[in-house]
Design a protein around this ligand. Sequence first.
Ligand code: FAD
Length: 473
Amino acid sequence: TKDHKSVLILGGGVAGVIAARSLHQHGIDDFLIIEARDELGGRLRSKEFGADGRQATIELGANWVQGTQEGNGPVNPILILAQKHGLKAAKSDYYNSIMTYDETGLVDYMDIFKDAQDAYTNLTIAAGVRVQKRKVDCTARTGYSLVGAKPKTPQEMAAEYYIDWEYAQTPEQTSWIASSWANNFTYDVDQGGFSDGNLLSIDQRGFKHFIQAEAQTFLSPKQISLNSTVRTIAHSGDGVEVTLANGTRISGRYAISTFSLGVLQNDDVLFEPPLPAWKQEAIHSMTMGTYTKIFLQFEEKFWFDTQFALYADRERGRYPVWQGLDLKNFLPGSGIVFATVTGDYSQRIEAMTDAEVQAELIDVLQTMFPNTTIPTPTAFFFPRWFSDPLYRGSYSNWPSGFVSPHHTNLRANVGNRLWFAGEAMSIKYFGFLHGAYLEGLDIGTIIAKCVREHECKSLPVIKDVSNATPFVV
Ligand SMILES: Cc1cc2nc3c(=O)[nH]c(=O)nc-3n(C[C@H](O)[C@H](O)[C@H](O)COP(=O)(O)OP(=O)(O)OC[C@H]3O[C@@H](n4cnc5c(N)ncnc54)[C@H](O)[C@@H]3O)c2cc1C
């Protein structure tokens, strides 16, 4: 055993760094962040992309501060950090700076696009009514159908997709109620949200800069162990012992696992003893979505001048959303454009070669721009989040079969010594950076109290998640 610490923080993403900062702020510095990669930031991952001499920093993972602040209302804590550390970001105009395409090229179907937004507003309002009436959750697809939105044409499906791509799963896979509150608590000022504004990081130090700079304000090198992959987490009433891939063992009185839901679901890290049944049920009942950005660089820009473009294919989810970076206020002259796919489509392309995916994208661009001969890109890249054993997807999404007690259990500690934090544990902001931040803050604060007072007050657990009314067959 190499070391003994008061607290082991497993994972150095936003939740891990902010948990560490909470401990520090409460006078506890005897902790160690154990991180598999060679830097802090987790799903804030940037990359130098482009042909030689024409490279730019692109974001493979999180890119937006989603929901900023309106007036003196509640502020997204990520915005505070971004401003504190001078992050360079541009205003993202999702709904106005957009052009629409289909299989015949440029076609204006903004009326359909607006109808889809109205349908989504109706969906969230109807979800609120269900909450008040204590009605059960259903899928967002059920919700859409009940508010009368039944997209059938490629344009209608693409317009609807422009809302659900954020959940990285289809309305069939997504909770009607939870997706609505997730939207409201981040974007809807009338419902206590931050704002409907979004800032896209174009900082050439990478979006990760804000969290790495924050870490530098309080962390010393001896509090971080990089390039250290955790294989097993042994936990008992006395503490936690972690074994790394190289055999090193590190122990702590407490541990906070901030690994993604996907990592917990796929046994990439083993718990000894295995996690209790109530915890496993919660872990496997939430879902991990995948959101994939596919980057292309060309010698010259030949595409739209708006920030976004929507492409309606006959197949729902086939390369529907495009974003240009070669724009004033973004990365002018970069020649970079990227498409986003999500969910099952992400998994599909992860199973293909880069060359195959590139060929499909060129094909779609050729359809969108029939009067241009699409040249060969000078650079091409997309990350494989779903297959990556450090993530197994991009972020969590709440399915309709996942009920509130499941969430209570997902968040709960196991015994007094093993705790959990990270975006998936945030009831209001699951999926988002600010969800990871607020969970790190909360659990770090709880553990600081545990360490100081030698006693821990557990989070609630519901051992048997049961129906209010039994099934009668
Ligand atoms: C493609 C994509 C786009 C996104 N877009 C946005 C966005 O625009 N805005 C937004 O708010 N959110 C966005 N998100 C979500 C946001 O990135 C996450 O919610 C947040 O970064 C999660 O932070 P975390 O600390 O909970 O987890 P993580 O960042 O996953 O931190 C966990 C850490 O554990 C490490 N780890 C994993 N396994 C091991 C192991 N065995 N041993 C040691 N270390 C390990 C990982 O390397 C990681 O650093 C996006 C995510 C992705 C992937």
